[in-house]
Design a protein around this ligand. Structure first.
Ligand code: G3P
Length: 225
């Protein structure tokens, strides 16, 4: 499962990249708005940092297909290789996805609240389909169940589209999708930190250090004892 950061704050992105095996960055208009920077200024900074190898997902905001396609061309022109244009999975979006596919522009179908939207997006040629786990839960449905169902629909229909699960509230949800073999998950920085945070582990490691220092002296380690 690929692991991406759902954030546009460059300092947080840099810190997470330093510690965790991150595959890329996803943004949406709300995330960009929180930066208060001009959209392409923030996005170019992210692209420079993640390099061509890092996936960068950027959303179009037009209501009509023609506008989405126009935006997609600019997004790719500005941000280069390995940039996925996020297109909402609505009627106009499906039209745009097919045109973008024809032009060879990579698409992430977003704002997915139901498996049928994901199926249509996959048939339109989207590389990824992004179900919103937490938001589906908040509607009284099962977000994790929906993401798994979408994954199975793609597999059972020979579709190459992968699930890019989004909108998580905790790290357990990420683990559950990892277990199911989901293609990718994009998570907020606090959820990513939560994947590794565990008091039992911290205590075990501290115990080892204390025992070693009792043996070899305070501040000593295997390089200095
Ligand atoms: O980018 C879409 C998705 O990540 C939204 O997440 O937390 O706003 O529901 P959230």
């Amino acid at each position: 499962m690929r692991l991406l950061i759902d954030d546009a704050q460059i300092d947080r992105i840099k810190e997470l990249y330093e510690y965790y095996p991150v595959d890329g960055v996803t943004t949406n208009p709300t995330i960009l708005a929180k930066q208060g920077k001009a959209p392409y200024e923030a996005l170019r900074q992210i692209r420079r940092f993640v390099g061509e190898a890092g996936q960068l997902h950027v959303q179009a905001v037009s209501r009509q297909a023609e506008g989405m396609v126009r935006e997609a061309c600019r997004i790719v022109e500005e941000l280069g290789e390995n940039t996925y244009v996020k297109i909402p999975s609505v009627k106009e979006g499906f039209k745009a996805m097919r045109e973008l596919r024809r032009r060879g522009i990579l698409v992430t179908a977003t704002a997915i609240y139901s498996p049928m939207q994901a199926f249509l997006a996959a048939k339109c040629g989207a590389s990824f389909a992004a179900p919103y786990i937490n938001r589906i839960d908040n509607m009284g449905y099962d977000g994790i169940g929906a993401a798994k169902e979408i994954h199975d629909i793609f597999k059972n229909n020979g579709l190459e589209t992968q699930v890019l699960a989004a909108s998580f509230k905790n790290s357990m949800q990420v683990l559950e999708l990892c277990r199911h073999g989901i293609g990718a998950a994009t998570v907020a920085p606090d959820v990513m930190e939560g994947l590794a945070k565990n008091q039992a582990v911290t205590t075990a490691v501290e115990d080892f250090i204390r025992d070693f220092e009792d043996l070899a002296g305070a501040g000593k380690d295997m390089g200095t004892c």
